[in-house]
Design a binder for this molecule. Sequence first.
Ligand code: MLT
Length: 438
Amino acid sequence: VRSIFDAVEARLPERLALATKLIKQHSQAPLHTVTVENVMGGMRGLPAVLWEVSGTSQAGITYHGRTLRELQDLLPRWPGSSQVSPEAMLWYLYTASAPSPVELAEFARELVRRAAGLPEDAMRFCDGLPADVDSSAQMIMTLTSMSPHSKFARALAEGVPKAQMWRAALEDALDSHIFVPLFAARIYSNKFREGAGRDVPLSVHGDIAENFALRMGRRGDKPFTELIRLYWALHMDHGANVSAHSMRLSSSAWTDPYPTMATGLIAGTGILHAGAILQSIQFNQRMLAALGPAPSPVQIDAYIGRVLEQGRIVPGFGHALLRGVDPRLAPIVQFVQGCGLPTDSEGGQLLQLIGRTSTVVPEVLKRRAPKIKSPAPNVDSLSGCLMYAFGLELDFVLLVMACSRGMGFMSQYVWDRALGLPIERPLSITMDQIAAKL
Ligand code: MLT
């Protein structure tokens, strides 16, 4: 049985050899011509951010060369679960290999064991935050308060050699995989349950999702726990998206993992990024109020037409990179079909409405807003409404996403240190400088 440290270390010589080869033998080889469009268009289409754990293209993501579909077949499930285990996904991101069932069980046990190290002062800090402060803001503050507990920061202060710093990074990363979900559950408990259950003993035989549910007051709620597993495994990594790229940029300066994750969460609040999850729920709520759960295509067309005429966005459709249907959507749709939510609840009706709009809206957008490159539904069209339908407060939905985005990015953080990658420092260029080159 490999430990995660052994498994990362075993992969290291091959990755370091490849990095050395690329730098020494091919440093001047062109990968792409930088066009004005790349620069004026938010670096769209520019393959410039080195990512170890995944590669993205307009067709979707591959994790260490494997598609999501392939990973669903490859990665083990937690006993009793039919969803890809988030811990198995994490292990895979770190090591490019699937854990054996025994490795998965041992890895999950190790993560839960690390909960004993959750610093008292950080919990007190978290508990002291006013309940009316937004959940994401509470997490951002809590994470930034954690730096004194960073093993990475301590190793830096102790002068640990650069080549060994990935170990300290991995220590923090493993701590954070359990700390962050437990902080999230704590924030939930403080905000919505007057602190009830925030310290209930964890299940040492449970996975992170089970323990997250437990601390949120949903002990043994299997459908909810399955939803969390599904959602976390799907959202860990999506290449150099805004939240992950923010974390990458910040951590390239060796910012320790805790404020790094806060950086990602801050970036995630933007409505063109993860904030779209919330926008999408509110958009669908308004549409439900106006049209009911089963509008006709003509009604949807007219409604979307009015939204566009008012110059507003239609959240949940189109993507900055993807040019087809987001591959992460299919497992969520499958989950919705099997989860049996009552159709008379608001959440159930929202899901029913989305089932209708997901095929009609892309056609409407193609006709009415031809500038949108690919109006296919994206993962945000459904994921937030699904969590809301499972009873999560609007304010909390983004934090569920943030837990997994932080987890996934930590695998990249560890590899960035292991490969000794430098600080990110592109050149900035003005429009006048561009014009002068033409
Ligand atoms: C994400 O997963 O963060 C979103 O799909 C946005 C992106 O990948 O750019």
